[in-house]
Write a protein that binds this ligand. Structure first.
Ligand code: ADP
Ligand code: MG
Length: 306
């Protein structure tokens, strides 16, 4: 059933060199994400949000997310990014306006429907929110165990993902013994492991260096390629500029779509250029191989890299 799960992708643009490790593992999923029509993942219409009796921190927010889109959410600190994500993962209700998720109006959804909607959303919280009494492994395994995945599969997928995010030696560690960057990676692994329909990540690379940030973004890209709709709130403009996905901007609670409507044209262009670079590198390697006549000199997995 899981054959073909470990299809390799090139990570050339990320590493720029060989030897950085295996390609991003594909997050686990038993079934395919069913096709959804345009705008059906999330729709906000004239949404406003205030905390208690305070001023509105989000005002007249209107947008929709197409299935399979990838957006960056940018804006100054305090602009309302985390608040917008909280509305999307149903941690808060809007003070006004309409929100629908996966085609369901959340205001009229029954109490029983909301947890089912929520289970389709993976969240990387700005403050991680890991379970402190569980190991890194058990934190990441949780969504799979809740979904009733066989323990042998849980083991395989969690181990591979934690290795990939550089936590091979910390699987048994509990979160309080890990650094901020390590906890952030556990939190990301937990959010992606069950391959949610919608992934919301709040400053997911705020605690890691640029190289790791790019590595984590490639995990998101792999998830996106498999059909997950993604929104990443970030301050890291070099990531935003480098990856080229459409941008949603918040300015003091007011939202604008800056570049593109949520379709992946920019992303696709970038991916295609990466694929073409990969093909060129393959030809280059082939030439080098012939020249050196050392056919078996490359370590296993080298074909995945430029
Ligand atoms: N729990 C809260 N209670 C009251 N005000 C809040 C709360 N959380 C956020 N805010 C306010 O809402 C605004 C937007 O905050 P936030 O969504 O965290 O912005 P960002 O994530 O872009 O930094 C800020 O003015 C912030 O002070
Ligand atoms: Mg925030």
């Amino acid at each position: 059933m899981l054959d073909g799960w470990r299809v390799r992708v090139a990570l050339s643009a990320m590493t720029g060199s060989a030897g950085f490790g295996p390609a991003a593992p594909r997050p686990y999923q038993k079934t395919q994400v069913p096709g959804l029509s345009k705008g059906n993942i999330a729709r906000f219409e004239n949404v406003g949000l205030r905390y208690g009796l305070g001023p509105e921190v989000l005002r007249d927010v209107t947008f929709s997310l197409d299935s399979g889109s990838f957006h960056f959410l940018v804006g100054e600190s305090g602009a309302g990014k985390s608040s917008l994500l909280k509305l999307m993962y149903l941690a808060m209700k809007p003070s006004r306006g309409l929100i629908s998720l996966f085609g369901t109006d959340i205001a009229t959804a029954s109490r029983a429907q909301l947890p089912a909607l929520r289970r389709q959303i993976g969240v990387v919280f700005q403050e991680f929110r890991l379970l402190e009494h569980l190991s890194a492994f058990d934190n990441v395994a949780l969504p799979l165990r809740v979904a009733g995945v066989k323990e042998s599969d849980v083991n395989r997928h969690v181990t591979e993902l934690l290795e990939w995010v550089g936590l091979k030696d910390h699987m048994k560690s509990r979160p309080p013994t890990l650094s901020g960057g390590q906890q952030q990676r556990v939190s990301i692994a937990r959010a992606v492991i069950a391959r949610p329909k919608l992934l919301l990540a709040d400053e997911p690379t705020g605690n890691v260096d640029d190289r790791m940030a790019l590595r984590l973004m490639h995990l998101f890209e792999e998830l996106n390629r498999l059909g997950t709709t993604i929104v990443v709130a970030t301050h890291n403009m070099s990531l935003v500029d480098g990856l080229g996905y459409p941008i949603v901007r918040l300015d003091a609670g007011t939202l604008t779509m800056v570049a593109g409507s949520g379709n992946k044209s920019a992303a696709r262009e970038w991916r295609e250029s990466r694929e073409s670079a990969q093909a060129q590198a393959k030809a280059r390697r082939e030439r080098l191989r012939q020249e050196s006549e050392e056919q078996d000199a490359d370590p296993p997995g080298i074909e995945n890299f430029l």
